[in-house]
Design a protein around this ligand. Structure first.
Ligand code: FES
Length: 118
């Protein structure tokens, strides 16, 4: 494992989100009800940014563009490109369903670290 320090814990309080850059990757950091997640900021559908995605009650993130839904815990696809009606389904066929990359995190001496290599 290769841990990279990205933010202090204070910078990501409950309900906050922030995009950090590691190399050429953009990682979306989210604090959802006190639990921290690190996911790719690039939607696996058409590579559009996930930053403004809504968080659901069952801990998933909804892409703000065509409303694909991914588990924040595992990145599993729960729904694939359903918006707008009809067009979203067509767009969903442009790219087959793929999980959202998720990354392990740990808190070390007041800082959030992520491992993007595992
Ligand atoms: S870019 Fe995210 S669902 Fe299309």
């Amino acid at each position: 494992m290769s841990w990279t320090k990205v933010l202090s814990v204070d910078e990501l309080s409950d309900g906050k989100r922030q995009v950090v850059k590691i190399g050429d990757r953009k990682i979306l950091m989210i604090n959802n009800s006190g639990k921290i997640y690190a996911v790719s900021n690039s939607c696996p559908h058409l590579k559009l940014p996930m930053k403004k995605g809504k968080i659901t009650e069952d801990c998933a993130i909804v892409c703000p563009f065509h409303r694909s839904v991914f588990s924040l815990e595992t990145g599993e696809v729960k729904q694939w490109s359903t918006f707008p009606p009809l067009v979203g389904t067509f767009l969903g066929k442009v790219s087959s369903p793929k999980p959202l990359p998720v990354f392990p995190i740990r808190v070390n001496e007041g800082h959030i670290e992520i491992d993007i290599d595992s």
